[in-house]
Design a protein around this ligand. Structure first.
Ligand SMILES: [Zn+2]
Length: 237
């Protein structure tokens, strides 16, 4: 009954629902993007979800990080997230990892999952995650937001550009402005990409970057190519 309204989709059906149940997803970041990503993955019945985050909930998070509430101020985001997600769907297994993603732990966090969702907020951490996903051959669904804009693309190692092909290595870290609902749009699209990859429905955002401009209510799709000299993925065919 819980999944009845999505099992009703002929393209998904019981078979697709079982694929979701048997799938393992890593979400790195339990903040602005991580909130809608985690809510919808859990609601959709993805069987195993690993959450990686090492921050505590602050008041300035609450305009966009809808997993965390006033009663959570000062708590670890992983603990706050796990509590909400368990009360939404107790059947889903949650593995909350209260650590930052580093070069030392990235591959072991990625290794035993089927796909990875980038809900991070720095390019440096994204590049670490990208390298681990390419090394382990795991699909990576990238999302990013700032101000009234967002972007999504799906990386399939060896087939599509990786994040090193299309993003800079580092960007000066700063507090950036963002309207919370933009995280809702981009995070929701990332979950749809995950559901499509897991169930085989439709065409993922492979070698395409989806750009969202809330200011003028526009979506644009641009074609992106692999960098033949990419230090991360060029050795893969
Ligand atoms: Zn690359």
């Amino acid at each position: 009954m819980r999944y009845d309204r999505q099992i009703m989709l002929k393209k998904l059906g019981v078979e697709g629902q079982l694929k979701l149940l048997n799938s393992r997803v890593l979400v790195v970041g339990a903040g602005g993007l991580g909130s809608p990503v985690l809510f919808y993955l859990v609601a959709a019945g993805v069987g195993f979800i690993r959450i990686v985050d090492s921050d505590k909930v602050e008041l300035s998070n609450l305009n966009r990080q809808i997993l965390h509430w006033e009663t959570d101020l000062g708590k670890w985001k992983t603990a706050s997230a796990e509590e909400k997600l368990k009360s939404l769907n107790s059947k889903v297994e949650i593995d909350a990892v209260n650590k930052p993603l580093t070069r030392d732990n990235a591959r072991s966090l990625v290794k035993d999952v089927d796909l990875v969702i980038d809900a991070l907020d720095t390019v440096e951490a994204r590049q670490i995650l990208n390298e681990a996903c390419v090394a382990e051959g795991k699909p990576l669904i990238h999302g990013a937001i700032e101000e009234l804009y967002g972007q999504v693309t799906t990386v399939i190692p060896g087939e599509t550009p990786c994040l090193r092909c299309i993003l800079p290595l580092s960007v000066k870290r700063r507090r950036f402005p963002v309207v919370g609902a933009v995280a809702g749009v981009i995070g929701s699209i990332q979950v749809l990409e995950a559901i499509k990859l897991i169930t085989g429905i439709g065409e993922p955002l492979k070698s395409r970057l989806l750009l969202f401009d809330a200011e003028y209510a526009r979506f644009d799709l641009i074609k992106i190519s692999r960098n033949p000299n990419c230090p991360v993925c060029s050795s893969l065919r």
